[in-house]
Write a new protein. Structure first.
Length: 314
């Protein structure tokens, strides 16, 4: 993964958790991998030292940290996955549902009915079916077995009120639009959404394709996704907020749960980000990612009390 190393962060005496007052240099303009056995101090360095110091604008869990001025900004994409409640969807996480709601609310029929954007947001008080409260399911209690979920008879499993579903764009209700996969709906989005003129939506749609998530739909519930899909969605959400270049991007295990083919897609995206002048620092144990890194910081030699040191490269 090519890049032009530049002066970046310089950290003195990092001592979070089991880190043993280590000095760390992280060059700008390249991909740096922080690796080591479990418990060696990888996340402590990324999260408790680098991120906490940057967000606090002062040294945290280290004696000093220099170099923030070499970056236009920073984002941190941690390993934890987003919430997976029954109203949490791909579209709500990425903001695509809000864009769709505004487009449907602008229709003449919506204005005639007095509908606002909230009438087209799944699970909102204005949109939800009164029978199932927007879940799309009815629950049948069983005395000796697990409760059974069946599609709501009133809304047909959509979760929306009938009058809301009577507003159409290209013959599609808001529910229909939310069920279109990103791969299927490229033309629909480009025709009916702000598209290239929108500074927040267009990067999301691009990143969805680049991370191999085009098979998902905005209406897909987060609780039905794999860990790898959730990780990539969080990556898309975080990267879409990045503006310009020269951004420091911190990632904790970005390849967790991914198939090798999907890892290759991520590496291609990382290479594009590096080419644009950004800096990536990843906690990882993935060989493919480490092989692409221009700099590797290995911690160890063991975990816990046996970790926290920098292992010299051989």
């Amino acid at each position: 993964m090519n890049g032009n190393p530049r002066k970046g962060l310089s950290i003195q005496k990092a001592h979070a958790n089991n880190l043993r007052h280590i000095d760390v240099e992280i060059s700008a303009g390249i991909l740096t991998a922080i690796t080591g056995v479990s418990g060696s101090g990888k996340t402590s360095l990324l999260d408790k030292v680098i991120y906490e110091s940057l967000i606090s604008e002062r040294p945290v869990n280290c004696d000093d940290i220099q170099g923030k001025e070499h970056f236009s900004g920073f984002i941190y994409i941690e390993q934890s996955v987003p919430g997976t409640g029954h109203t949490a969807t791909v579209g709500s996480l990425l903001g695509v549902s809000d864009h769709l709601a505004r487009i449907y609310a602008a229709r003449a029929e919506s204005k005639k009915q007095g509908f606002k954007s909230s009438h087209f947001i799944s699970g909102s008080r204005d949109s939800r079916c009164v029978a199932c409260e927007g879940t799309g399911f009815s629950h049948v209690s069983m005395d000796f077995f697990n409760d059974i979920e069946t599609p709501c008879e009133r809304c047909g499993g959509t979760g929306f009120r009938d009058e809301v579903l009577d507003v159409y764009i290209e013959g599609k209700s808001i529910y229909d639009a939310l069920q279109l996969s990103f791969d299927e709906s490229v033309t629909f989005f480009e025709t009916n959404l702000p598209g290239k003129s929108d500074k927040t939506l267009h990067p999301v749609l691009q990143l969805i394709q680049k991370t191999g998530l085009g098979h998902l739909s905005p209406g897909r519930s987060l609780k039905t996704l794999s860990t790898g899909e959730l990780q990539r969605l969080k990556l898309v959400s975080g990267l879409a907020s990045k503006t310009g270049s020269n951004t420091l991007i911190l990632l904790d295990e970005p390849t967790g749960g991914l198939h090798p083919k999907d890892i290759q897609k991520l590496l291609k995206l990382f290479a594009e980000l590096i080419k644009e002048g950004n800096t990536l620092v990843c906690v990882t144990h993935e060989p493919l990612l480490m092989a692409s890194a221009q700099s590797i910081i290995e911690l160890g030699p063991g975990g816990g009390s046996q970790g926290g040191k920098i292992i010299p490269s051989s």
